[in-house]
Design a binder for this molecule. Sequence first.
Ligand SMILES: [Zn+2]
Length: 616
Amino acid sequence: MKMKFQAIVVLILLSYSSIAQDYRWQQKAEYTMNVSLDDKTHRLTGDQKIVYYNNSGDTLTKVYYHLFFNAFQPGSMMDIRIQNIADPDKRIGMRISKLNENEIGYQKINSLKQDGKAVKTTVNGTILEVELAKPIMPRSKTTLEMSFEAQVPIQIRRSGRDNKEGISYSMTQWYPKLAEYDFQGWHAYQYVAREFHGVWGDFDVTISIDSSFTVAGTGVLQNAEKIGHGYGKAGSKPVRKDKKLNWHFVGKNIIDFAWVADPDFTHDMIKVQGGPDVHFFYQKNEKTMNTWKSLQPIIDETFKFMNAHYGKYPYETYSVIQGGDGGMEYPMCTLILGEGKLEGLAGTAIHEVAHSWFQAILASNEALYAWMDEGFADFAEDEVTAHLTNTDNDHAGSYNTYFNMISRALLEVPNQHSDHFVTERGYKAGSYTAGAVFLHQLRYIIGEKNFSKGMMRYYNTWKFRHPEPNDFIRVMEKTSNMQLHWYLRYWINSDKKIDYEIKEVVDGGQKTEVSLHRIGDIPMPIDLVVTFRDGTKELLYIPLNEMMGTKPSEDPSLKMQTLPDWAWVSPAYKATINKPLSEIATIEIDPTKRMADVNRKNNLWDGSQDESDDGN
Ligand SMILES: [Zn+2]
């Protein structure tokens, strides 16, 4: 007995010390929820139990919950914001301000106890503040039990009932959700426009609803044979005696739980080789019957590509569900509008599937670093699309949007809280566009091979955690053996721009001197490609001194010569080509166009142009 006790003490001390050494501890929440939805009153009642693990070194005297449905009430912060932003989301417009009592959303806490003792709660908009009955000590757990009720709002943004395509219930942001606490503190943001962050944990959810409804969502259905609705073995038809069915879902190691219910769903399923099972839920009609069938092999190939390039999807199932108001990502599922043309439907679905990696598994704080989930998902969407259509993965769409936003002076610093961008367009450019360009441009800086290896290493290092911008760049530094924090600072933490020019090309007899000039504020390494009159090419690679390293050759067929570093303080650089001017056809900065140079007109020196100029 004594020995055993000592062994246990040693084990406990070991596990505590390993947590203490890791300053990036993360909290954990185990949810058990039993809820019942009344489809006549659109009200939900239920119980929620959370076993909450405080893995931090801090003593917590409060916790916070999100009550997202409260945003759908006249005068809410979402309502006020939409009436004051220059380019409001048309899906919302003035709709919240006009909701009547039966149409608003709310979440009400009827009782809340911590380890059996009642606690004091205060509702502030979409945030519930809880003064705990007793503090949660470092590295200990507590149990929070509540009963709650909610009214499902008319579908206005993401969640709600009766969306414009007639889907009955889009149940996202539907339950009182614990706010995340991490090394930065509490992330108890009001629900103003977007982006969600959650505590890693497990969800055990039982949903009671009229048996006519098919339910789709996060997690794996535990009682498929009893439920039917396309879940059980093919052809099986359970006999239903009860008016209501209890749908039991379990999702492990996820940050959120969403579901959809509709009586008219068609339910298809495909098995992706190497996983997962992908379920499709849609209302079959002339607008969907062909597109949703055509979508299935596309999603099959998307999972295969994503598994091969960004790490293996770790869950058993994924569901593509018609619902919501566009496309929105959740763990193990997405809600997308379903009646559009195949191209748009597939583009949205691929983007949302990509979010399974960039947000659902690599769960960056979407509110603070939207560029890490939206930008990375956009990037992966482009890569998948290029693979599916056998075209170049040049990300031209992202670059064009970026240049367009700059020309209209709408670009804002990407690294800011999503709800605090001045305009909606600025948010989109600072997250989707800047994030996608960030990755493709990083590929230029560190080279294709390092980039591919780095993306896989990022997954393996940070899956099931909350990676920060610096965590991502550290992985890329370790993979490439280059210093890269300067790139993060310039591209993500500023709105500075890139512009390089070939200023002058001078005949030096047997040699040719090229004068380069940095006009923009962002320093970059330079790929200078010389094309000779005999058709051969050579890459003169100019590393940036801040990188403390060089990228390997990306193209074995292109001769590469590494020139001395360019110090970032110098606006000018002289490169020497060991061939006479007469043998040179063109010289070009970054012909791959991966560097987001805002003025490409001054990137090319054309020998034939130059000669004709001299003749005049
Ligand atoms: Zn997205």
